[in-house]
Design a protein. Structure first.
Length: 118
């Protein structure tokens, strides 16, 4: 029984920390340190493995019958992993999300601008 608990604890640990680790690995500071092509390849391989494990376990926990707290952790982990992939390989997803919200809330006007003054 202890070995099963250990396996589940490792799975939850990977799910919880895969998103933050890959976000750190995709930061500008770490990208600057790995500007050499060999280090870039190693960093991307490490990120790919961590992202794959995190996304796989997150989708497993989201589809399984587990507690609500673990589902929230899995959802946050999935969002962070997708964000890290987006930061590393282009940022087009982030740009589309920003554009969507700018279009959606553009018609409300700025209460501090000239249109918001009476």
């Amino acid at each position: 029984m202890e070995s099963l608990a250990l396996v589940v604890a490792i799975m939850v640990f990977i799910c919880m920390f895969s998103g933050p680790i890959t976000l750190v690995l995709s930061s500008k500071l770490i990208r600057g340190w790995t500007s050499h092509i060999a280090l870039l390849i190693i960093r991307r391989i490490i990120m790919g493995v961590i992202n794959f494990l995190g996304l796989t376990l997150s989708s497993f926990f989201l589809s399984a019958q587990v507690g609500g707290a673990l589902k929230i952790i899995a959802l946050i982990s999935m969002v962070l992993n997708v964000w890290a992939i987006d930061r590393e390989y282009g940022g087009s997803l982030t740009a589309k999300v920003k554009q969507f919200f700018q279009k959606r809330f553009k018609g409300r006007g700025n209460p501090h601008g000239p249109s918001g003054q009476d």
